[in-house]
Design a protein around this ligand. Sequence first.
Ligand SMILES: Cc1ncc(COP(=O)(O)O)c(C=O)c1O
Length: 481
Amino acid sequence: MTTWLPDLSKRNGPRYRAIAEALRSDIAEGRLGAGVRLPTHRDLAYRLGVTVGTVTRAYAEAERSGLVAGTVGRGTFVRGDQDVTAGHLAAFPYPAIEAAGFEGDVIELSRNFPASGEEGPVIAKLLAEVAAAPTFSNLLDYQPHAGMAAHRMAGSRWVARAGLHAPAERIVVTGGGQYGISMALGSIAEPGDVILTEALTYPGLTALGRLLKLRVIGVPIDEDGLRPDALEAALRFGRVKALYLVPTLHNPTTRIMSEARRRQIAAIASAHDIVVIEDDAYGFLVSDAPPAIANFAPDQTIHLTSTSKSLAPGLRIGHALVPERLIGGMLATMRATSWMASPVMAEVVSRAIMDGTAERLAQAKRREAAARQEMAHRLLQGVHLETKPTSFHIWLSLPEPWRSQEFAEAARRQGVAISPADAFATTDRSGGRVAVPAAVRISVGGVKSRELLAKGLNILARLAAQRPAPARIVDPYLSIV
Ligand SMILES: Cc1ncc(COP(=O)(O)O)c(C=O)c1O
């Protein structure tokens, strides 16, 4: 249980509301992570010098807003899938990210970070070269929405590595993968439209759906990814504008869709004239991945890559390969939202692509991921894992009777943060939640050292071999422990 103590000194108004607001901002800013158990009503009331009723009211308010969940006899927990800001500013359901190295007393296996390789000094050197170049001042100017010609050329080379036909005129330099998805959705869909996706999906998509007031509906998946029959069925209900997919190293399950399945999906999307947003954030990790869906439906598919995972997320640069007919809309969205991706950072990334640095750094990420995956296989023996040899993630199916949120909470109490399946859940057509499997995602990349990863994995292996602690039945109001 956390010893969370909100700072109410600058908050006016009723105390219960001040506590609920402090809770909201501490979750939004990552000070309280998913699965953390909040202090008991009595304890917090004592430490804040307020009545127990005030804390009860504050927690009830936070529960109504979906920030926390109370379980009779077990306490009140921070939820992993909540909107943490008010109204349309529904936030990314992960904790906000603190300065690098923030791990506190928790082994961080929930954050989706690339395994750190050799990028620090290499990118520092490139930055210095860019700053010293005679053309530097150009990079400080406004540039075309799609990016400078040289940056689009470099993007074209990077995207073409995956075997795609990627002419520079169809490349848009984006401010990262998430921004690419925003541009795509912003240009294709209007409030109330439906975006289909895998039943479990990247939470950045669902956050964006909330922001843009879109209906993000999950389509059932199997071992090969999104099911074509289920897609056909979902398309019957109208207002579907796009299908968002992560076909290679799907987040969270790590699945890689077969070529045959990709062809089927491409054919269905073309027949129904819906846009496929193909998110290839992890494609660089798999040297023999099947051809991209954009190969099979080039006029239908916006193919997104990002250098966040292959080079460094702080660069905020990605590349979108966009069908000609959709480029105008994408650029209008770019203009309306950020005018352009940063030319300075695009220059750094372009140099890295053109001189081979980007490929070398990507290889280093693959090697580190492979080493960490091997370690995970050794340490998690006897647990049902789904993963790939160079994935940043592991999808761990839990033995009965564990449930995903319960396991994540228990792991958190033992000092390991992981992501419950709930964090990736979408809704079905009727607005209900899709069924969530008893599984959790372990990120092997985010934690600083392999030693710390090993420690975390050992804790998880031991926990999975145990049974959940039975819930204690106590007075639900005052004695929550
Ligand atoms: C599937 C997927 N797409 C996109 C992103 C966003 O990446 P970026 O940092 O490029 O915005 C992530 C990040 O975790 C991701 O998992």
